[in-house]
Ligand binder design. Structure first.
Ligand code: NAD
Ligand code: 022
Ligand code: ZN
Length: 375
C-alpha cells in the first residue's frame, strides 16, 4: 500500500513529504496507523548527520501513537482497532535481559533495529523500488508503519493521540528516570540540569514521588517559570552564579548537624559532558546518585576524580527511563488520564505533516518544549 511520510533522503537535508510504499505485517508484526508523533532530539541528531550510526534514506520518528490496522500471522497480544504507542525499547519478556528484571534493555530485536530493518532483516518501506530504512524500530514520521508485536504498548482508547504520543519517549524517560532508575524517596533533595522536554518531566516525576527540594538548573532564564509550573522549588542559572556552580549547589543543599551539602539525586538532561560532571559532583557524599539521561555527541567522554566515587557517589545512566514499555507505558497513560501528571502544557506546538520541518526549526531556535505532528 501507499502511505504519506516525511522521508530523510540524505543527512543534513530537510525531510521530504512523499508517498512511500509499505508492505503489510509479516509474522509477529503489526501495522499501525500513526495518529500523532512528537519530534525529539534524537531524530534531529540523526537527521543532521551527527549520528555516525545514522542510516539513509530512512523514515525517522520514535515518539508516536496510533491504531492497529492489521496484524501478521501469530500475533496474539494486540488486534485490529487497538490503540498503541510504539516502543523504541521493546519488551519481549523472554530474552535474558527481560528475564533478569534488572534492565529494560530487551535484546530480542536489538541487532536488526540498529540496522534499520525488521527482525527478518528486510524493510517494509520502499520508494520507487528502493529500500527505505526503519528508524529505532518505530519510524513514526509516516501515516502508517510496521512494527514487531513486542514493540507496541496497548493503551486505553479514550486517551488523545496528540498528547499521549509524548509518552512514547519524553514523558516516560523523565518520569521513569525518577521512579525506576533513581527510585527517589519522599523527602529527597534533587537537582535537575536542563529544563527542556526531558528535564520538566523529571521535575514532575520528583513532585509525584514527594521530593522536598527540587532545584532546576538552566542557562536560559525563561525556563524558571516552566520549572515552577511542574514543581521546581528553586532555580539556578549557572551564568548568574558568581563562582563555582557545584559549590553553590552543595551549599544550597546543606543539612543536618554536620552541615554537609549535596543532593540525594541529580539528573543530567542536557547531554553536555561538562554538565554531567557537575551533576555527579553536586551529589551528597556517601549516597548521592547522579543519573545521566542526556545523550552526548558521538565520541564524547565523561570524567571526574575517582575520589568522587570512592566517597560513595554513584553514576548511573538510563534509557527510556528504565521503563518496560508494554508493562509501564499503559500505566503512564492512566496517570495522565487520571490527572496525576501533566502533558498538555509541554506540547507547545502542534503541526501538520507538511510542516514537520518547522518542528525542527523550533527545536533549533529553543522556542518549543515539544512539537507534535498530528496526522
Ligand atoms: P531540550 O533541548 O529541550 O532541553 C535541554 C535544556 O538544557 C535546555 O533548556 C537548555 O537551555 C539546557 N542547557 C543547555 N546547556 C546547559 C548547561 N550548560 N547547563 C544547564 N542547562 C543547560 O532537550 P530535551 O528534549 O529535554 O532532551 C535532553 C537530552 O535528553 C537530550 O540529550 C536527549 O537526546 C536526551 N534523551 C535521552 C533519553 C534516554 O532514554 N536516555 C530519552 C530522551 C531524550
Ligand atoms: C530517545 N533517545 C534520545 C532521545 N530520544 C534515546 C537514544 C538512545 C537510547 C535511549 C534513548 C539508548 C540508550 C541505550 C541504547 N539506546 C542502546 C540499547 C541497546 O543496545 O540495547 C538506543 C536505543 C535504540 C537505538 C539506539 C540506541 C536504535 O534503535 N537505533 C534504545
Ligand atoms: Zn526521544
Amino acid at each position: 500500500m501507499k502511505t504519506r511520510a516525511a522521508v530523510a533522503l540524505e543527512k543534513g537535508k530537510p525531510l521530504q513529504i512523499l508517498d512511500v510504499d509499505l508492505e503489510g505485517p509479516k509474522a509477529g508484526e503489526v501495522m499501525v496507523e500513526i495518529k500523532a508523533t512528537g519530534i525529539c532530539h534524537t531524530d534531529e541528531f540523526t537527521l543532521s548527520g551527527a549520528d555516525p550510526e545514522g542510516l539513509f534514506p530512512a523514515i525517522l520518528g520514535h515518539e508516536g501513537a496510533g491504531i492497529v490496522v492489521d496484524v501478521g500471522p501469530g500475533v496474539t497480544s494486540v488486534k485490529k482497532g487497538d490503540h498503541v504507542i510504539p516502543l523504541y525499547t521493546p519488551e519481549c519478556r523472554t530474552c535474558p535481559s527481560c528475564l533478569s528484571r534488572k534492565t529494560n534493555l530487551c535484546t530480542a530485536i536489538r541487532a536488526t533495529q540498529g540496522q534499520g530493518v525488521m527482525p527478518d532483516g528486510t524493510s517494509r518501506f520502499s520508494l520507487d523500488g528502493k529500500k527505505l530504512h526503519h528508524y529505532m524500530g518505530t519510524s513514526t514520521f509516516a501515516n502508517h508503519t510496521v512494527l514487531p508485536e513486542i514493540a507496541v504498548a496497548k493503551v486505553r482508547e479514550d486517551a488523545p493521540f496528540d498528547k499521549i504520543c509524548y509518552i512514547g519517549c519524553g514523558v516516560t524517560t523523565g518520569i521513569g528516570a525518577v521512579i525506576n532508575t533513581a527510585r527517589v524517596e519522599p523527602g529527597a533533595k534533587a537537582i535537575v540540569f536542563g529544563l527542556g522536554g526531558i528535564g520538566l518531566n523529571v521535575i514532575q516525576g520528583l513532585k509525584l514521588v514527594g521530593a522536598d527540594m527540587i532545584i532546576g538548573v538552566d542557562v536560559n532564564n525563561a525556563k524558571r517559570a516552566w520549572g515552577e509550573r511542574f514543581g521546581m522549588t528553586h532555580f539556578v542559572n549557572p551564568k548568574e552564579v558568581g563562582g563555582d556552580l557545584v559549590a553553590h549547589l552543595v551549599n544550597m543543599t546543606k543539612r543536618g548537624a554536620d552541615q554537609i551539602g549535596g543532593a540525594d539525586y541529580t539528573f543530567d538532561c542536557t547531554g553536555n559532558v561538562t554538565v554531567m560532571r557537575q551533576a555527579l559532583e553536586s551529589c551528597h557524599r556517601g549516597w548521592g546518585e547522579s543519573i545521566i539521561i542526556g545523550v552526548a555527541g558521538a565520541g564524547q567522554e565523561i570524567s571526574t576524580r575517582p575520589f568522587q566515587l570512592v566517597t560513595g557517589r554513584v553514576w548511573k545512566g538510563t534509557a527510556f527511563g528504565g521503563a518496560r514499555g508494554r508493562t509501564d507505558v499503559p500505566k503512564i497513560v492512566d496517570w495522565y488520564m487520571d490527572g496525576k501528571i501533566q502533558i498538555d502544557p509541554m506540547i507547545t506546538h502542534t503541526l501538520t505533516l507538511g510542516d514537520i520541518n518547522k518542528g525542527f526549526d523550533l527545536m533549533h531556535e529553543g522556542k518549543s518544549i515539544r512539537s507534535v505532528v498530528a496526522f
